[in-house]
Design a protein around this ligand. Sequence first.
Ligand code: HEC
Length: 181
Amino acid sequence: MDSMEINKTVAAILVAGIAYFVTGTVGTIFVREHVPKKAAIKIDVPEPAKSGPPAPAPLPPVANLLAKADLAAGESYATKVCGACHTFTNGGKAGLGPNLYNVVGGPHAHMQGFNYSNALKSKSGPWTFDELNEWLHKPSEYAPGTRMTFAGIANDQERANVIDYLHTLSPNPEPLPPPPK
Ligand code: HEC
């Protein structure tokens, strides 16, 4: 390569550099950078879990809802929906689920001889009104691994109506809890 050739190469590189610079400058003059105030797509980044999923907040005491419960509505709901799997009479047979006579105030897994899941058998203490409220809100959350394949009753008053009905299924019904002051 003679010096002429080298000069040409150097010139070419220089011209390319100048062209790059000029287009960049001209570009920024004519094309304004436009930063939208709001992001076009909202990306939900979940908070990193600290230790497993957060425990669901407990429901408020069911006493107030029980005080104004509609027993007839509770009975009709239970017969239609729960009746697919449960019986309610004294000595009634188990269906897919256990008989529910005397369940309120009774122990968890209260029916003799019924094949309960470990999820229910491992719960200690009696079925209180508030525990039934949690259970019937979301069975799978109250007792993960339960065999009761029922999503739950989302409506708070409907759930209380059903619990009010359940509590009448006894020769000696538990008194309703006093509404909190
Ligand atoms: C698809 C069938 C099915 C439906 C519908 C259903 N259940 Fe159940 N239920 C079960 C089964 C099965 C169990 C036993 C669960 C276990 O062992 O994990 C159970 C358990 C229970 C228990 C616990 C009983 C005990 O002895 O500890 C209660 C209370 C109960 N159900 C109430 C209800 C009510 C009230 C409804 C209606 C809102 C309802 N269930 C709807 C199948 C059902």
